[in-house]
Design a protein around this ligand. Structure first.
Ligand code: GP9
Ligand code: MN
Length: 425
């Protein structure tokens, strides 16, 4: 059992003494967590053909009850949406190959759902797709989700569906009745579907025109993003009308990229760049992250580097739940003393000052490759070991963390924990 050693690492490198100023601010509130399919940050506050792409999501950033994280990264791999769910739930990394939802769906975990359950929360997941997709039916059971509203909980017909299934607007609309009858406080998770590759949408559901480039995928992305934006706007209205808004905290998060690097040429057209460099590619892995707390009026845009690995500790702290005995690899996004980097599953990372992409170390602010061997004063300080490669030490640490997280998953090591934390027997 390697868990005690992993616990020591987490104690040394991840766990922080600092308490967030927002600790407990949402205690006993309902949680409405919305995963926004394939939404990337580059469309936020951006235009296409002279039209705003996401008017509602843009206005939500300016809302005084919203904290918006503008440098928040997805950390998913082949398990796509399910990897994002895994990260949020466990603050562990997904696997480098396959989907952990499939390969380790029967492990013991100590996820957000279970921890909130211990605090008296009722939990439910809403997703209008086949329940066994990504092995969700089994994994949700493992994670302790009380009820999974899958495709059969919805009225789905030809008229209200497109592409992958039920369109987002009827999906949210039909979900309200279930939320209204739910025991409180509840932890509810929503996963949208319409903004999924190949981004199909009928003419009458399109509020904006498609883009015009060499990539049909990118062209069609914009109208479906706008449709999803409108669906979320409508959901906020319905939550208010149903009396569910005031007593809830609403989190919105993009799950992963929608536009892969196969469309770099079209992306460079859209972003008005000569090319998409490995640095740009990493920056395109930013996804929107909103924490909206009705009644709280201190919201702002937060620029520090954050990622999906941080969601679990952040949520627990907002809800006033201690995680001092928990094993996790992220930090509360509201504290200052953070690990200082977000590791991607392929070993690339984003730190406060640098971005490492495909083995090249870039200045985060400028995107300029760091001159190796330059030995500037700043370089020496950050590398601590007086190396002239400021990315090197962080690269090693990211590698270590990925390995430790894998060790937990492959060894099913949370068998050796209980609510009191790690057991050494
Ligand atoms: C399927 C939906 C999309 O149920 O979550 O999955 P993805 O292909 O994005 O992982
Ligand atoms: Mn997805």
């Amino acid at each position: 059992n390697e868990l005690p050693a992993i616990n020591d690492y987490v104690d040394e490198e991840v766990r922080k003494d600092e308490t967030s100023p927002l600790y407990g601010i949402a205690e006993d509130k309902n949680v409405i967590f919305i995963t926004l399919e394939s939404l990337q940050s580059f469309v936020i506050n951006n235009d296409v053909n002279g039209e705003e792409v996401t008017p509602f999501l843009n206005s939500l950033i300016d809302d005084e009850s919203t904290y918006y994280f503008e440098n928040f990264y997805h950390q998913t791999e082949q398990g796509k949406t399910s990897d994002s769910e895994f990260l949020v739930e466990n603050s562990l990394y997904p696997l480098s190959r396959g989907a952990v939802f499939f390969t380790h769906g029967q492990n013991d975990y100590h996820g957000l759902t279970e921890m909130l359950g211990e605090e008296g929360y009722y939990s439910a997941a809403f997703h209008a797709n086949n329940k066994s997709f990504w092995n969700r039916d089994q994994m949700y059971d493992t994670l302790g989700v009380d009820h999974f509203y899958g495709e059969e909980a919805y009225e789905v017909n030809e008229e209200n569906s497109v592409g992958w299934g039920l369109k987002d607007k009827p999906y949210f609309e039909q979900s309200i009745k279930y939320l209204q009858s739910m025991e409180e406080p509840f932890y509810s998770r929503f996963i949208t579907l319409t903004n999924h590759f190949p981004f199909e949408l009928s003419e009458e559901d399109r509020s904006i025109d498609k883009y015009d480039s060499g990539s049909n995928t990118l062209n069609h992305f914009f109208p479906t993003v706008r449709y999803m934006d409108e669906a979320v706007a409508q959901f906020f209205k319905q939550l208010k009308a149903a009396g569910l808004y005031e007593d809830s905290i609403i989190v919105l998060m993009g799950d992963h990229y929608g536009i892969s690097e196969n469309h770099n040429k079209a992306m460079s057209d859209y972003l008005d760049k000569d090319e998409i460099t490995p640095y740009d590619h990493v920056q395109l892995q930013r996804v929107p992250m909103y924490i909206h707390i009705p009644g709280h009026e201190d919201g702002k845009v937060i620029s520090k580097v954050t990622g999906q690995i941080d969601v679990k500790p952040t949520m627990l702290h907002l809800l006033g739940v201690s995680n001092e005995n928990d094993i996790y690899f992220g930090n509360d996004m509201f504290i200052e003393d953070r690990k200082g980097y977000i590791g991607l599953r392929n070993g690339d990372f984003i730190s406060d000052d640098y971005i490492s992409a495909r083995g090249v170390c870039y200045e985060r602010e400028t995107g300029e490759p760091v001159e190796q061997g330059e030995n500037s004063e700043e370089t020496i300080n950050i590398a601590a070991g007086k190396s002239d490669d400021p990315c090197g030490p962080i690269e090693k640490q990211v590698e270590t963390e990925l390995e430790l997280s894998d060790t937990i998953i492959y060894g099913d090591l949370f068998r050796f924990t209980d609510s009191q934390g790690v057991s050494v027997e």
